[in-house]
Design a protein around this ligand. Sequence first.
Ligand SMILES: *Cc1c(COP(=O)(O)O)cnc(C)c1O
Length: 469
Amino acid sequence: MDKQELLRSIPAVERVLEEPDLEALTCKLPRWTVTEAVRIVLDRIRHAIVEARTMQRPQMSEILQDVKCVAEQLAQRGIGRVVNATGVLLHTNLGRAILCEAAVEAVVEVARAYSSLEIDLDTGKRTSRLRHVEDLLKRIIGCEAATAVNNNAGAVLLALNTLAEGKETIVSRGELIEIGGSFRLPEVVAKSGTTMVEVGTTNRTHLDDYKRAISGRTAVILKVHRSNFEMTGFVESVPSRQLANLARNNDLVLIEDLGSGALIDYADFGVEHEPMPQECLKNGVDIVTFSGDKLLGGPQAGIIVGRKHLIEEMKVNPLARALRLDKMTLAALEVTLRLYLEPERLRQTIPILKMICTSADALEARATRIRTLIEEKVSEMIEISVEKERSQIGGGSLPGVSLETAVIKISSRHYSPAEISSVLRRCQPPIIARISDEKVILDLRTVQPSDDEVLIAQITAAFAGGDTR
Ligand SMILES: *Cc1c(COP(=O)(O)O)cnc(C)c1O
């Protein structure tokens, strides 16, 4: 058969849809997924013929089988739960912090029913949706005022737009950071309408560099925490306290973008100390911004704390409305913050802290149990071992810190690590592993203990004898 003949032998979409074999599928899945799947499968065949990858006449039975696979995939596509076995506690691609149970319940409650979002229940009058979150932040951090927006990038944008639009903002060249591609500090600063004045060099910036850059047009000095990388060696930066003096003496505002925003001392939890907003304010910083879904362990949000008159200005900026938080996020943030009023219980209540505080021995015991339960059932093509490793915090937090952990290593002479990871990603729920030294690693620190059974069942099913691809 020549190409033209082969192409003509591809059935029409309608013809495939009429196949009685598809009826069961059309009952189970939305009709559009089946139609779309037929189109995709026929398109693939067309390409294969055009590119001379096949000389076979398409068989209806094969088409139908492919349509079923593709339709199932289409119906399932969307954001859904995964098992994070990467060991990276704040994984940007996997949604950063997971919420505490109480926050999840609060989200469901305000989503399902009408809520007291903007009504004062005493007077019946309209009030601010941020009132509870602001009160909690003031109480926890001890700041004059607080507010919150959609994320930390938004917080920086709002702060600079309010306080420095049409004027100049001084930033050290050592702090022009990029966070995961979509947050490049210079670009956000530019969009805020302020002119960025860079001072110092990549590795060293002195107080004099800032001093010399101050002019009649300067409004803000911006300090940015290097939250996702470390600089060592011949380095120097100016401490907040000195910058605060400089700002005060020149009638400027000092803003510090802290990024991860630990509200408690992470050194108390066996991790390194991470700068806290409380400390920045004590050092004389006027405005501090940080994320809600990094070390704080709440929902995505950008939190702004500091001087009252400056925050009042931000709250009436039209950008504040454009960046405002929705009721579900507010409910989650409120409940998460409330937990910080009982700091001694945090290691049980905040999932990220719970994961950080789990000992390597406890993780090893879980890993060994899982290994024992799956080892006998999986194909001999797979080897499974339990080893000690280290996990990262991730998500632009504590870049130099890693925690001792226990991992399940999967290796094979028949499958590449990429193939094994791909099989794991196709589990239900998908299991996200990491690859290190040509081995696939399942790090139990980020696997919730309640997911151990899921892991066992899914891995056993995925690798039970035979060809898994
Ligand atoms: C993470 C981070 C940001 C971006 O915060 P988002 O909440 O992701 O918008 C900005 N600045 C610093 C220093 C960060 O660590």
